[in-house]
Unconditional design. Structure first.
Length: 229
């Protein structure tokens, strides 16, 4: 078991452990927790650490083999969109036209293309759903938020991550409805979830699907941010 780990101290009351995507180990602990106690905690989690370090290693090997190759498909709208390596480049009739080079060199190009698609499709769908269900919004923006699939400001402006277009249409609708419901409830109270359920009865299923979307984005090197909603 690796002996090195990073300690992040805060006002928390308990000690927690996680393995980052690069294989590094992070321990979060209270300010006053002795290092001997932290070290013993890490040792007690040896089996858990070995299991998750192995998972991360296998995932990174798979990711590296994908991003260092010329791919013929990429995740888009819940399916694998065909990639054709020829000009003119762009997204035409459901096909991604991209330069003929390894994916690792194309990530900025793909991200930019996904942002353009998101600006068109996600904005249109948000306006459509807000009108259908009677929500009042002031704006819809596409961003590169690192921690959320979407957000809603106090001024009822909806923000959506461009990476959401890797999800299926129903999952996209869930995220949009989630944020639209925040124009009524700015919390995650029982009332909020009842409202979400009114317009998206299978929202729990869609929330789980977002994890699969994140895994796909990670595999193809498009994981600039980790989304939660």
């Amino acid at each position: 078991m690796p002996a090195d780990y990073k300690i992040i101290r805060s006002s928390r009351k308990s000690i927690s452990l996680c393995v980052e995507k690069d294989g590094s180990i992070v321990v979060r602990a209270p300010y006053r927790a002795p290092e001997s106690v932290i070290d013993e905690f890490v040792r007690s989690k040896r089996d858990w650490l070995e299991k998750h370090l192995s998972i991360v290693q296998e995932r990174n090997i798979s990711r590296d083999s994908t991003v260092n190759a010329n791919v013929d498909e990429l995740p888009l709208f819940g399916e694998m969109a065909k990639v054709v390596h020829k000009a003119p480049y762009g997204y035409i009739d459901g096909i991604l036209y991209l330069p003929d080079m390894p994916l690792s060199e194309l990530v900025p190009t793909v991200s930019g293309l996904y942002r353009r698609i998101a600006k068109k499709e996600l904005v249109r769908r948000t306006v459509e759903l807000s009108r259908r269900f009677g929500f009042s919004i002031t704006d819809v923006k596409i961003n590169s938020a690192r921690t959320h699939w979407g957000s809603c400001s106090g001024k009822k402006s909806i923000n959506l991550s461009w990476k959401l277009i890797a999800a299926g249409r129903d999952t996209i609708d869930y995220v949009i409805i989630h944020e639209l419901c925040h124009t009524v409830y700015m919390d995650h109270s029982a009332e909020f979830w009842r409202l979400v359920g009114k317009y998206c009865p299978d929202y729990e299923v869609q929330r789980q699907k977002l994890k699969d979307v994140q895994a796909l984005l990670d595999r193809y090197g498009l994981d600039e941010q980790k989304g939660t909603t």
